[in-house]
Design a protein around this ligand. Structure first.
Ligand SMILES: [Zn+2]
Length: 257
């Protein structure tokens, strides 16, 4: 891990990756997920895109535009940005977000060496997807800001953050309507969160599926129930607005103390 630049950095964690990664693992050297982000593989060095590139490519512009909407209009993103700021880890749009091409179907990642959230411009095509990726990665950033997270060596730390990111980002909400008839809302959410956390770990660590499952199961209850900085898991749009209002009121309450 290179020197931390702003105090809340961590290795890249891919989100929204489908179940394609082989998990026999153990023999290959772990690249900590950098293989998914060709523009920032350590061996190739970090390439800074020119401003010409950025204006010429429509998907890059679309990604930037969707990012702006996510950061200014999404109540969960706003809660997370405020919470980060209150914790001394202010997130700057130009400094901490980067739209890039990624490998596979990965939606985004959190790169420790540059303190940046990567948004995969070739894989994010809808605002709803952008919102989920931004929130998912901001949860990782928030966790890194508030806790001494050992992303590299303690897979349970990674598992905990992936559980929280899947639970709180809305990654599992698309299927809620279906799931609640089948298992009840809460049971569906737990099953979906567990599955996604395991997949996310396997996307960035060369460990066996069994090891990933074990890590997730060991920390599941406490991390699933840890809903900071939201007061609760947001399940709907109106819920999201209330979560933001609650957060602002809570803040006001603290400043009055
Ligand atoms: Zn993640």
């Amino acid at each position: 891990m290179r020197e931390r630049e702003v105090g809340w950095v961590s290795p890249p964690m891919a989100s929204e990756r489908p179940e394609s990664r082989a998990s026999e693992g153990g023999e290959e050297e772990d690249d900590y997920g950098y293989g998914l982000f060709p523009e920032r593989r350590p061996s190739e060095g970090k390439r800074e895109r020119s401003s010409v590139y950025k204006t010429l490519f429509p998907k890059h512009r679309e990604c930037q535009a969707m990012l702006t909407i996510a950061l200014t209009a999404n109540p969960y993103a706003k809660v997370l940005l405020d919470a980060m700021k209150n914790s001394g880890c202010t997130v700057y749009r130009d400094r901490h977000f980067s739209c890039e091409d990624c490998d596979g179907c990965v939606g985004g990642g959190f790169d420790s060496s540059t303190s940046q959230i990567v948004l995969c411009q070739n894989n994010i095509h809808r605002q709803g997807h952008m919102n989920r990726v931004v929130i998912h990665e901001l949860i990782h950033a928030f966790d890194h800001c508030r806790a001494q997270v050992d992303w590299f060596h303690n897979v349970r730390h990674l598992a905990c953050s992936e559980i929280r990111a899947a639970n709180l980002s809305g990654d599992c909400s698309l299927l809620n309507e279906l799931g609640r008839f089948k298992f009840g809302l809460k049971q569906h959410q737990q099953t979906c969160v567990r599955d996604r956390a395991i997949r996310s770990i396997l996307a960035v660590r060369k460990i066996s599926r069994e090891s990933a499952e074990k890590a997730v199961d060991e920390v599941f209850d406490s991390c699933f129930n840890d809903q900071e900085p939201f007061g609760r898991v947001p399940y709907s749009k109106s819920d999201a607005k209330r979560v933001y209002q609650d957060f602002q009121n809570r803040d006001r309450y603290y400043t009055n103390l």
